[in-house]
Design a protein around this ligand. Sequence first.
Ligand code: FES
Ligand SMILES: [Fe+2]
Length: 454
Amino acid sequence: MTIVEHKWSALPVPYAVEVADRVPKQRYYDADFYQMEAELLWPRVWQMACRLEEISQPGDFAEYQILDQSVIVARTEELGVRAFHSACRHRGVRVAQGRGSALGGFVCPFHGWCYGPDGRNTKVTQARAFSENNLQPADLDLTPVRCETWGGCAWINLDDGAPPLRQCIEPFATMFDAWKAESLRAEWWYACRLPVNWKLAQEAFFEQYHVLQTHPQLRIPGRSPTRNPADFDPRVFVEAELHYLRMMSEGMDGMVHARDVQIAEGLADVELPADYQLARSTWERTLNDAVSRAHRERGCDVPDLNQLQDQGFNQPMGYCFPHYFILPMYSSASSYRFRPLGPEETLMEIWSLTRFPEGGEYEPPPVPEMWECDDPRWPPIAIQDFSNLPKQQRGLHARGFEYMRLSERNEGQISNYHRVIDGFLAGLPYQQLMAVLPKINVNPLEMPIVEIGF
Ligand code: FES
Ligand SMILES: [Fe+2]
């Protein structure tokens, strides 16, 4: 990655990020800026609309809402996964809400017009009362929305002119194909209402700089090199690693899956070299092998984690612009999605993903109720991350605060994706935007500021 040399941008966007390491505060609450995002960003990007296990049977549908748009994603008998606007072609009534099965089709609750699970109009009640003009068959189906699947999810794009999904989400897609993201299933799914802007919410997870202060329980002695190499004790190191894995597992209720913690505990007696770096790499490789083997023996589709490591794909996090993350740890992962509910309100969802034996029984988690961010049911690491956010949103309004000052080295991704947002708000053509997306659809942790090119 090259550190940015040209720090000035001149895009005609209000509150644009003009100096790469300074983010103007108004971007997080200004109503006009929010409106620009609603008109120029969200309708042009691929959005993770639902997990495929939510619509595993033909006829199953899931509603995806973004701002004032409601999109139905449905699994059809022959056509795979389809999406369409939830608006009856008669007088606009939403034809479906939430989740369910539409095997018998959708019936508009107002005058009873009917649509198949594929969105095709199947009945106009009292059709003779309408003029020919208003009954053109091509005009009566629910209006389709672009929809593609990848990584165990359905994705939608409201812009018919947008490039295909895969092109827009590289190299994230390649990295998580190698990690077999498509064979993960949700173990639980929670939702949170955060009283902050959607960008502020996701940026809480874009760097590791906050870890020592916000998550003091993750400061575990024994995991780092000793000042004097002769003092290094591999037994202390293994104990510290096991402690860390337990903290991560309990802290996120599964990002490191309890099963993987057990596998690691089974390695507690492993012989490690007396050199820190060698001990760390031997430990990681031994654990990776043990995890891959154990899950394979259970009948799960799991990657060879050491092979991924060698390919550079075994990263702790992947970001998919604009609103989706996967945080993989050994066999399993946490996955996040963020949606704006207002200039200063966000819906954040977390899925805990893991691997289930192929062909075995699986019950998807229920649609979550929306918890407040201080709800005691949140796992402890999430509670800690959420606790800063309302304070930060309030602080941004201070008359004495103008912009966020970012660390060029540790917080670069915050600058990078904000400047891509500015490209969308400036109405740049896809050709220009596509050139920069691969620079930000990566592991955001410790990302430096990069050259965006506009
Ligand atoms: S609005 Fe749907 S049938 Fe009239
Ligand atoms: Fe955190």
